[in-house]
Write a protein that binds this ligand. Structure first.
Ligand code: FEO
Length: 386
């Protein structure tokens, strides 16, 4: 396995995980990559490692350029194991390397995971000379762990951005201009929605902190390297970090005997007649992480569940739990559902939507047993008039 030179003397030495389809609960239908970068200078530097099972692939790519023993610095931008998992293997192969990481959080996290190494703590604004090049460190705490930082090489105008600007996307093209832009941007959106969204304020601060930098290349730790479409990904991050929404509605439901499903279709029809983009997600076949990609920029969220054993359906509970954790702001929401006798689920769904901090824009809609045609028309009319 060979390294890929991304700029003279700078190599991608990461790993492509073609097979992964679930990344701690987030569906990765297009696989993933764990990117690491090798800088050949007077001081040879590795930026980040890879997930543990791919340590051999990382070492092989490094060896295609240089003997790992010659590595002077291993920069760890982020402790999470998809980037640090290969650190023990790498440190065995690079016994002379110092581990450059943020203080105190990076050192604390790496020590807890892997023990003691020759750590070199850095803080935001610190620089490190490699010879012809230098590295500047920008700490980006809580984007999305306390230890996160990004590393900038001013002589090359490259930002090593770790998770920021990343996408779970396996490919043999290493650059944005070698892959379909719409697909890569969609994966970047899914990544942002499922990983970064709760920390949008901090992410906005990080984007602003990097805003004064001059980029020719953004090298994230997942997916393709940005060089041809830097403007597009920065614009997208500007929108996502701002929390801006579009006139778009999501109708999310599960159903037992199609009554709540009929109500969901009537809600969808109301949004359609209102003239706004609306999407229907049946939780029996749609994954939470895909729905959250659309939550990122929607205005309305309608959630429906029948009552089962005095509760909402577990699929709906799972969606609402995941939604609340990712903490989207400024949404309008309402609950609906059919029931046989107790009918508690609809109130419980509404309570969860309130707990998300959403504005309840329509009283909960409850229908006993099977909805009649006129009841469905009434739902459509109510939603149309929102
Ligand atoms: Fe790609 Fe937060 O790890």
């Amino acid at each position: 396995m060979k390294a890929i030179e991304v700029k003279k003397g700078i190599y991608w030495v990461g790993a492509v995980d073609w097979s992964v389809r679930n990344f701690h609960g987030y569906t990765t239908n297009r696989g993933a990559t764990y990117n690491a970068y090798l800088i050949i200078d007077e001081k040879i530097t590795l930026i980040d490692t890879v997930k543990a099972p791919f340590a051999g692939e990382l070492l092989a790519r490094i060896r295609s350029v240089v003997d790992p023993e010659k590595i002077d610095y291993v920069v760890s931008n982020h402790v999470e194991m998809d980037h640090s998992g290969a650190l023990p293997v790498i440190m065995k192969a690079c016994p002379n390397a110092k581990v450059v990481t943020s203080a105190p959080s990076g050192i604390k996290g790496l020590t807890a995971h892997y023990g003691e190494y020759d750590y070199m703590p850095v803080k935001g604004g610190d620089t490190l000379s490699l010879g012809e090049r230098s590295l500047a460190f920008v700490t980006t705490p809580m984007v999305h762990w306390p230890d996160n930082m990004v590393t900038y090489c001013p002589e090359e105008k490259i930002l090593f951005s770790n998770d920021a600007f990343g996408q779970h996307y396996a490919s043999n093209g290493r650059f944005d201009d070698q892959e379909p832009l719409d697909v890569v941007l969609q994966e970047a959106k899914k990544y942002y929605a499922n990983i970064v969204m709760p920390y949008s304020k901090q992410a906005g601060g990080a984007v602003t902190a990097c805003g004064g930098l001059d980029f020719e290349m953004i090298c994230p730790s997942h997916g393709v390297i940005w060089r041809g479409h830097i403007k597009e990904i920065l614009e997208a991050y500007g929108k996502w970090t701002s929390g801006a929404t579009e006139e778009k509605a999501l109708v999310v439901f599960d159903s037992m005997w199609h009554s709540t499903e009929q109500m969901a279709l009537a809600v969808l029809e109301g949004f359609t007649q209102k003239g706004i983009c609306a999407k229907l997600f049946d939780l029996k076949c749609c994954h939470n992480s895909d729905i959250l990609t659309d939550v990122l920029d929607c205005t309305y969220i309608a959630v429906g569940s029948p009552t089962l054993n005095n509760q909402m359906l577990p699929t709906v509970a799972s969606f609402l739990c995941y939604l609340k954790g990712l903490s989207p702001k400024n949404r309008k929401a309402f609950a609906f559902g059919s029931y046989g006798w107790g009918g508690q689920s609809i109130g419980l769904v509404e309570d969860e939507l309130k707990a998300c901090g959403f504005d309840i824009c329509l009283d909960k809609i409850r229908i006993q047993y099977v909805p009649k045609e006129e009841q469905l028309l009434e739902i459509t009319e109510k939603v149309k008039n929102l």
